[in-house]
Design a protein around this ligand. Structure first.
Ligand SMILES: O=C(O)CCC(=O)C(=O)O
Ligand SMILES: [Fe+2]
Length: 342
């Protein structure tokens, strides 16, 4: 088994019921809104100015909201509708696509438990069902597990996937500059990226003690791009330990730093813990896109984040090994885990 160095900040917060949630959350938005318009339009000085905002957000809260990102609102709507269509299928049709060893396909409600996180003890299964697409490089969905009875689903999912791929690539120079690296520093490590698109359904629920739609966790990714949700339910934990609601900004994406970028930056960029609920009377859907570099990338501190004479904060590990560990912890389904058990 791959050993994982401690990467997720410890926490004591154990919200459970509505009352507890209200008591330990604040609604003051502390998440910076970053306008990508000038950068994407090629305005002089915009890369540097935008990278500075990004640096500040990542060093202080690890979450930011981007607007004028170039992704049409209609495409985001189509993707949410495709997610809803997928989950409206009969359970049998979804179970026929149960995730494979590479983690493509369907995980039913309470089919996953967030064990990798040290944010809450006594972990219980997550109150959500999810459909996962995943790829390394450009295989354009050939290896995904597509539903048979949903005409048009694959086309929309792939179009949305492509838009997220393009947006992530356009953000990479900003992240490099934010870390005082040449703008093209990440490019050679991200030409066959490991990416995933998750279509999640959180049914309305009455959460018991220590139950969540998605338990507190930090993402594995370099960055996660999360389309703005019409139904609230995402909360994140600030560095002083308070859980706050993600603010609602129309036509935006929430972008958060995951474990890969946290480690690659030697802990400089924060991988903020977050959790999700659905306290609304109707369904809640979420369509996060997870961007990781090429799987063989060794997560050792980038040159600008090394401290002379000091060992890296985390033992270097490849992205691929880290992901295998993560799947084994939370889903017990990795190919390696199966091989070990055989
Ligand atoms: O449901 C949400 O808003 C967030 C989902 C999330 O954090 C995740 O899938 O990693
Ligand atoms: Fe997440």
């Amino acid at each position: 088994m791959v050993r994982c160095p401690a990467g997720t900040p410890a926490g004591q917060n154990r919200p459970s019921r509505r009352a507890a949630m209200a008591a330990d959350t604040a609604s003051t938005p502390a998440i910076p809104v970053i306008d990508l318009g000038p950068y994407l339009a090629g305005k002089p000085g915009a890369p540097e100015a935008t990278a500075a905002q990004l640096r500040h957000a990542n060093e202080t809260i690890g979450f930011l909201t981007i607007v004028n990102h170039g992704v049409p609102a209609s495409l985001v709507e189509e993707a949410f509708a495709a997610c809803a269509r997928f989950h409206a299928q009969p359970l049998d049709a979804k179970l026929a696509l149960r995730v494979d060893g590479e983690f493509r396909g369907y995980v039913p409600v309470r089919g996953s438990t967030t064990r990798h996180s040290r944010l809450n003890a006594d972990n219980q299964p997550n109150e959500n069902e999810a459909y996962f697409m995943k790829r390394v490089g450009e295989d354009a969905g050939a290896t995904d597990r597509w539903p048979a009875g949903l005409p048009g689903f694959r086309e929309v999912a792939l179009r949305y996937y492509a838009a997220m791929d393009a947006l992530a690539q356009r953000l990479l120079p900003l992240y490099a500059m934010a870390l005082d690296l040449p703008a093209d520093w990440f490019a050679p490590h991200c030409d066959r990226p490991l990416t995933g698109l998750r279509f999640t359904h959180y049914p309305p629920a009455r959460y018991g003690a220590n139950q969540f739609g998605l338990a507190p966790h930090a993402d594995t990714s370099f960055i996660t791009l999360l389309a703005q949700n019409r139904v609230p339910g995402l909360q994140l934990r600030t560095t002083d330990g308070a859980w706050i609601d993600a603010p609602v900004v129309p036509d935006s994406f929430v972008v958060n730093t995951g474990e890969v970028l946290h480690r690659w930056s030697n802990g400089r960029f924060i991988n903020t813990p977050h959790r999700a609920y659905n306290l609304s009377p109707g369904p809640r859907y979420a369509i996060p896109y997870f961007f990781h570099p090429n799987p063989d990338t060794l997560m050792e501190p980038v040159p600008s984040c090394r401290v002379p004479g000091e060992a890296p904060r985390y033992a270097p590990m490849t992205v691929g090994d880290y992901m295998a560990w993560f799947r084994q912890q939370n889903y017990g389904l990795s190919a390696k885990a199966k091989a070990d058990a055989a």
